[in-house]
Design a protein around this ligand. Structure first.
Ligand code: SF4
Length: 297
């Protein structure tokens, strides 16, 4: 839940999750729709799907207990090198350092690593591996995380108060406000799409997105593909369509401009009908919630 998301945002969701599914087995037995509904508003929905897949694997293959090695943890959906190393070192005492943004920053400064991008990643991994020879890798990982979040902050590091300053190469060279170097930013590409809001009395038509890809298995108003160029609108049914607005939404890898069309119809085979007041019970991604603001009730 905390990937790309702050503790303040996650807090409420986390307690709701634990209340509803107190054990891994409970989570494994939940339906994906229930899970998506609880995840609504938290974004990055692939995390929810991966969490569900992992719960099922842990319940079936590992009798409800997480496997205890980095390599086995890495086989679970949604667990990347950082999470796997954090669990392996902190919970199971494996000699491995968990590298998150804080740890990366502290190590970059301590060792004055002046590369960026992939090279920086490789160099930091080598440094972390050289620190992971003791039984205390979990404690070292947590200490580095704490130093990064309290002293060695991204802006204005508190070097005067830092007990590592006599061993810190960045501090000795006055590079603490420059390192770590960031790779040059590339502009986010734009994509375009159309979304079709079909209404009948107080009901609206929704459909489930495909099981794979962007916003997999979430609900949406029937929509076109998202393409890299503006496309001519192709309405899903013959009707009187009215342009009611445009929604812009930023995804990790692109920015979407979604043109909204509305019509009132008696029937359609394009999805399922639900009361507008009932939409909260579906995993509706944020951009379609934004679209709802244009729907006059
Ligand atoms: S001395 Fe400054 S730059 Fe070096 S680790 Fe401490 S806070 Fe970070």
């Amino acid at each position: 839940m905390l990937q790309q998301t702050t503790v303040a945002t996650v807090k409420g969701y986390f307690s709701k999750f634990l209340e509803r599914w107190p054990t891994i087995q409970d989570l494994a037995a939940a339906s994906q729709d229930e899970l998506m509904q609880c995840w609504q508003g938290l974004g990055y929905y692939s995390r929810a799907r991966n969490l569900h897949k992992t719960a099922k694997i842990v319940a079936d293959k590992y009798h409800g207990y997480l496997p205890n090695s980095y390599h086995e943890l890495m086989t679970l959906p949604g667990l990347g090198p950082y999470t796997a190393a954090a669990i392996a070192s902190i919970a199971f005492g494996e000699s491995i350092i968990a590298i998150d943004t804080n740890v990366n920053r502290v190590l970059c400064r301590l060792f004055a690593v002046s590369s960026s991008g992939k090279i920086q990643k490789i160099q930091i991994q080598e440094i972390a591996d050289s620190l992971a020879h003791s039984d205390h890798s979990g404690a070292i990982s947590q200490a580095l995380m704490d130093i990064g979040s309290t002293l060695c902050k991204s802006k204005n590091p508190k070097c005067a108060d830092c007990f590592l300053k006599n061993n810190c190469l960045a501090f000795s060279k006055d590079l603490q406000n420059i390192l770590p170097l960031k790779p040059a930013k590339t502009a986010r590409p734009k994509r375009f799409g159309h979304s079709f809001i079909m209404r009948h009395k107080n009901q609206v038509c929704i459909e489930k997105r495909p099981e794979k890809g962007l916003l997999a298995s979430m609900y949406q108003f029937p929509s076109s593909e998202f393409s890299s160029e503006q496309t001519v609108v192709q309405y899903p049914i013959k009707s009187e369509w009215v342009h009611i607005g445009t929604v812009r939404h930023i995804f990790t890898h692109f920015e979407l401009e979604l043109t909204l069309w509305e019509t009132f119809v008696a029937n359609t085979n394009n999805g399922q009908w639900t009361a507008l007041s009932n939409l909260g019970n579906y995993g509706l991604p944020t951009m379609f919630k934004k679209a709802l603001a244009y729907v006059k009730i």
